[in-house]
Ligand binder design. Structure first.
Ligand code: PHB
Length: 405
């Protein structure tokens, strides 16, 4: 805090010196002085605070989001809404306990105009509270915490990813349509896992299925063995899981190594196999998942995005890269509407609310609660791809229970 006050005092002093010098020059040359307001309006950069995991089980997700975001900025000439961008980056370590301090640093010390983050729902919940308290614009490029576009929804909070309920609910419907009768669920015990399982249970039981057991372990533990033994003895028709990142890699391998893959079908929210297939190899082949992105969509936007992403980063994009890319696209739409003037918050928010984002996933709009209304795809792992099988649910809107917007 002290450091930034000091810095802004220095820059204030420098600005004054510049004005005096300019005034002296114009006076000497006998020219008209430009209005003081013109000089004061020197366009500064828009400050973006990227608060994402760059270490731990979600590190790859944070990097892909960052890459996607920066790609969209580069595609609009290194600017958003015509203004150059300055990044302030924090590794949030997917640690909810550190989240309030990290978010406050970006807002109060670095004075960011927009906060972008994060992956982990527990961290994002803390960010949403800080963003509400400070009325800072927050764009969430992954974390699905239902509450954020439910009871905690706010004019200054947007999401370009999904609610945890969305892919889970779609998979529940698919499993019920496949005439599965019993399911066991398994996840990390925190908001994302609980809500993903909640969505699955709702869809599955509406379709006539029954969740017979809900298993969980603390995030980010990966000692899966005792739970696999229990699943083997319960013998459900299907197992639904929420795991992502490094944990998903290990779970899919362990499930196959335990010999369960051929006897009890494993399904999940698509994070189970997104950005993970290189590491999962044979163990993931044939798995069915549901998500708002897939390989083989082949729309023109997706083709352009994939070519640009792999050229820039020498890697294939995944769902996280798409969500980061769309966060920048959404902000660009808002900033363009106010010609880069972040102070025009009402107009900026109105433009973001009305945006139709031309996403690699297919076009999407935002619900009243600021969550994407989007197609959820059924995908099947084939080689290194989550190949689109069908649209599991078209234009799925999160119920946004408790949102008062
Ligand atoms: C979440 O915590 O909301 C979360 C994390 C990783 C994912 C999806 C959701 O892949």
């Amino acid at each position: 805090m002290k450091r930034s006050q000091h810095r802004s005092n220095i820059s204030g002093a420098r600005r004054r010196v510049c004005r005096v010098t300019a005034a002296a020059l114009f006076a000497t040359a006998g020219m008209m002085l430009p209005a003081a307001s013109t000089l004061a309006q020197q366009p500064t950069k828009v400050k973006i605070g990227l608060m994402l995991p760059y270490t731990g089980t979600y590190a790859a997700l944070g990097n892909a989001i960052t890459n996607g975001f920066k790609l969209a900025v580069e595609e609009s000439g290194g600017t958003l809404g015509g203004r150059e961008i300055e990044y302030f980056t924090v590794d949030d370590e997917s640690d909810p306990a550190k989240a309030p301090e990290n978010a406050n640093k970006l807002i109060k010390r670095d004075k960011v105009d927009v906060l972008v983050g994060t992956v982990h729902s527990g961290v994002a919940l803390a960010m949403a509270k800080v963003a509400r308290d400070n009325n800072t614009l927050l764009i969430i490029p992954n974390a699905g915490a239902d509450e954020i576009t439910g009871p905690l929804c706010a004019a200054n909070i947007f999401r370009t990813s999904f609610s945890n309920w969305q892919p889970g609910y779609a998979m529940g419907k698919v499993a019920a349509d496949q005439k599965k009768k019993t399911a066991v669920t398994f996840t990390w015990k925190y908001a994302a896992g609980d809500e993903s399982v909640g969505g699955f249970k709702e869809g599955f039981e509406q379709g006539g299925g029954k969740v017979v057991k809900e298993l969980s372990l603390p995030f980010p533990q990966v000692e899966f063995q005792p739970y696999l033994t229990e699943i083997a003895s319960l013998k459900p028709d299907v197992v639904y899981v929420f795991f992502a990142g490094g944990g998903a890699v290990k779970f899919v391998k362990d499930y196959a190594a335990a010999g369960l893959k051929s006897s009890i079908p494993l399904v999940g929210a698509g994070f189970l196999t997104d950005g993970t297939l290189d590491a999962q190899g044979d163990s993931a082949q044939g798995l069915l998942t549901t998500l708002h992105y897939a390989d083989g969509l082949s729309n023109p936007k997706d083709k352009r995005f994939r070519a640009a992403y792999s050229k820039a980063y020498k890697a294939e994009p995944d769902v996280y890269a798409v969500q980061g890319y769309d966060a920048a696209q959404l902000l660009n739409t808002g900033l363009a509407a106010v010609k880069g003037d972040v102070g025009k918050r009402g107009e900026l928010v109105a433009a973001m609310e009305a945006a139709k984002i031309d996403s690699p996933r297919g076009p999407f709009t935002l619900s009243k609660a600021h969550n994407p209304v989007q197609d959820i795809y059924l995908r099947k792992v084939e080689g290194k791809e989550n190949k689109v099988v069908s649209v599991a649910i078209k234009g799925l809107t999160d119920p946004a229970r408790g949102c008062k917007l």
